[in-house]
Design a protein around this ligand. Structure first.
Ligand code: SF4
Length: 414
């Protein structure tokens, strides 16, 4: 593409995709292109898709089709991301609207055509963030084999980036908060043979460059005393534990570690060593074989452990996964009933937790005019904090919580 031609980039899916998109944008800028918010004005339309579950795939295809309507005779559509990686052949065959399908590792550059050597998106440069925080992907792929998950089959085994490459990216981002993401974050570095828990020196080094380091997606068996202590000293005490369920037999069917007692002990240990710790977790509802007893056990856990944030997702039967061959499929209406019960219980817990902060002094990072976050809220995932308009964007400010509406907080100047 010529210098000055324009691209329109749409990102679907998880934070990891957002990082990829920023790298794609960085590459296109380096090629002399400009970004546009208007697809009808673009020479290149890039859709970074998600294929995690059926709804995500549908949304990706709908987005491609709706963007195709904005094409003019010279513009091209490129599809990248998980859908491209997993169903590239099918997209090429069934969507004539798409000019090029680029899996991971292939930069979306029409100036280089399709015979380019593969580059790893992971280590491509990225422009400075336009927000005071940024996601930072420290590894790609996953070495585990959770029964329901297709990610390892198309993202491949874990490939960790070097600490030096990550630190360079942190410096270029110029942010106050870095949110570390990977499929299996605490396993960072294991594939490089540099020893267990290399996430710790990485986190410490990033902690010297930015005010807040936040870790997302922690596999619970990885959280040993050493890592908990390191999080207390170098990161924000925000524990995003990937629990998925609490029933031991069901977790074994998921091919995952843990169980009710182990999880309770872990959370109590973290709370003892860090009373201000905030917890988020995700749970799958309706995994094949989930009994009424399993569900009741999860209900008791959620009620008693009082985690700050929880996401509940219905089981999605993914092709080529271990779970898709399992018996004991749970009826859809029962799954919805269980989801509703869990979600409404957790909404109440979250609201009460937020109410309990009223009257407290909090340090808030102002993300945009009138909106900020304390360490308790991960960006774009949890609630937000309304701040007075006079608070400067990109700065930390001490405020008093004077109200709470559901998951969100309201504040006033001290
Ligand atoms: S740890 Fe996460 S990405 Fe890896 S297999 Fe399990 S669910 Fe999938």
């Amino acid at each position: 593409m010529e210098n000055g031609s324009k691209f329109h980039l749409v990102t679907l899916g998880c934070p990891k995709n957002e990082v990829d998109s920023e790298k794609i944008a960085g590459t296109l800028f380096a090629d002399g292109m400009e970004s546009t918010d208007h697809p009808d004005d673009a020479d290149l339309i890039v859709v970074n898709t998600c294929a995690f579950v059926e709804e995500a795939r549908e949304e990706s295809i709908e987005t491609i089709l709706s963007l195709a309507e904005f094409r003019n005779e010279k513009s091209k559509i490129v599809v990248t991301g998980c859908l491209a990686e997993r169903y590239g052949g099918e997209i090429q065959d069934s969507l004539p609207e798409v000019d090029h399908v680029a899996g991971f590792g292939v930069p979306v550059s029409l100036s280089r055509k399709t015979d380019v050597p593969e580059l790893d998106l992971l280590n491509l440069p990225r422009p400075a963030s336009d927000k005071p925080w940024a996601y930072l992907k420290i590894a790609e792929g996953c070495d585990r084999a959770c029964g329901y998950c297709s990610i390892p089959s198309f993202r491949g085994p874990q490939r960790s980036r070097s600490i030096n490459a990550i630190i360079e990216e942190v410096e270029a981002l110029q942010v106050k908060e870095v949110v570390l993401v990977a499929q299996d974050l605490a396993a960072y570095g294991r594939d490089q043979g540099v020893g267990q828990k290399s996430i710790i020196p990485l986190m410490e080094e990033i902690g010297e460059k930015v005010e807040w380091v936040r870790l997302l997606y922690l596999y619970p068996s990885e959280l040993n005393t050493q890592l908990i202590e390191a999080i207390s000293s170098s990161a924000v005490p925000y524990y995003d534990l990937s629990l998925q369920h609490v029933s031991s037999p069901l977790l074994r069917r998921m091919k995952r570690w843990g169980g009710d007692e182990k999880f309770r002990a872990l959370i109590s240990r973290i709370r003892e060593s860090c009373p201000g710790a905030v917890f988020r977790s995700n749970f799958i509802v309706g995994y094949p074989g989930e009994t009424e007893e399993d569900h009741d056990q999860l209900i008791d856990f959620v009620r008693e452990m009082q985690l700050d944030w929880c996401g509940f997702f219905s089981f999605s039967d993914e092709q080529h996964t271990y779970a898709s061959g399992l018996d004991g499929k749970v009826d859809r209406s029962l799954v919805l009933e269980r989801l509703k019960e869990l979600t409404s219980m957790q909404d109440e817990i979250t609201s009460l937790k937020r109410d309990s902060l009223i009257g407290e002094k909090v340090s808030v990072l102002v993300d945009s005019r009138g909106v900020g976050r304390t360490y308790r809220e991960a960006p774009e995932i949890d609630g937000i904090v309304s701040v007075p308009d006079s608070c400067k964007v990109g700065e930390f400010v001490d405020l008093i919580v004077n109200g709470a509406i559901g998951p969100d907080l309201e504040t006033e100047l001290l």
